[in-house]
Write a protein that binds this ligand. Structure first.
Ligand code: FPP
Length: 226
């Protein structure tokens, strides 16, 4: 049995609680969280077994947070996507955002598209940040596109019309909660789910390695028999 964690998806939870443990406000946790995004992405880019890494960075529901936190997250994203270009290029990492980008400011949309174009030639890891992403919203947008095209529905067609056509092999959630929170609902149909109490700012490549090790021992049957 040789399972490859070809597509890893992560719900990065716990930034706010971690900041609280440091006696700081929530934004400090997001800032540290963005450093962990870099470390985990770089690790995955060096592991040829991993082809895709999808990270839940901002959900369709996150707009409900206080304005000041939403604004901070927007600025942090803008900074990250601008400053990290060398990380993407040196790691041969292709950036492919998922989600409905139309709600972001014109300037943030520009930055997102720019990084996508600047890394389009990269042939290694595909890193997706889920931005204004919700699994239900993704399915609704795909269903509307198919309805408009009046095409007969099939499993493959739905997959290809979604923001991400690739099934998730390993889905990890940090921060202690055991739920999907509207993340990769279609793509996670047969994903192996791993939950850890570690808060995202404290998540390390060592812990990821241990989870991958456990994942490899799981017998995946996809509804069949072995
Ligand atoms: C959950 O922590 C995390 C988020 C809502 C967003 C994830 C954002 C980052 C990891 C940082 C920014 C990312 C990039 C790529 C720049 P929470 O605030 O819900 O934590 P809590 O459950 O402890 O309150």
């Amino acid at each position: 049995m040789n399972n490859n964690p070809s597509h890893i998806a992560i719900i990065m939870d716990g930034n706010g609680r971690w900041a609280q443990t440091q006696g700081k406000n929530r934004t400090f946790g997001h800032e540290k969280g963005s450093e962990v995004v870099r470390a985990i992405t770089t690790y995955c880019a060096k592991n040829p077994e991993i082809q895709r890494l999808t990270l839940y960075a901002f959900s369709t529901e996150n707009w409900k947070r206080p304005k000041i936190e939403v604004e901070f997250l927007m600025k942090l994203l803008q900074k990250y996507l601008t400053q990290e270009l060398p990380t993407y290029l040196e790691g041969n990492i292709r950036f492919q955002p998922i989600g409905d980008l139309s709600s972001f400011s014109t300037s943030l949309q520009k930055t997102i598209i720019q990084l996508k174009e600047q890394t389009a030639h990269c042939t290694g890891l595909i890193q997706s940040l889920a931005l204004n992403y919700g699994g239900r919203d993704e399915i609704i947008r795909a269903a509307s596109a198919l309805q408009a095209a009046q095409t007969p529905i099939s499993l493959d067609l739905i997959s290809q019309t979604l923001d991400c056509a690739t099934d998730v092999d390993l889905l990890i959630r940090t921060g202690g909660d055991h739920r999907l929170s509207n993340f990769m609902l279609w793509q996670s149909a047969y994903a192996e789910l791993f939950f850890t109490d570690t808060l995202w700012p404290e998540f390390t490549t060592d812990e990821l390695e241990k989870i991958i090790h456990k994942f490899k021992k799981v017998e995946r049957r996809f509804g069949g028999l072995n």
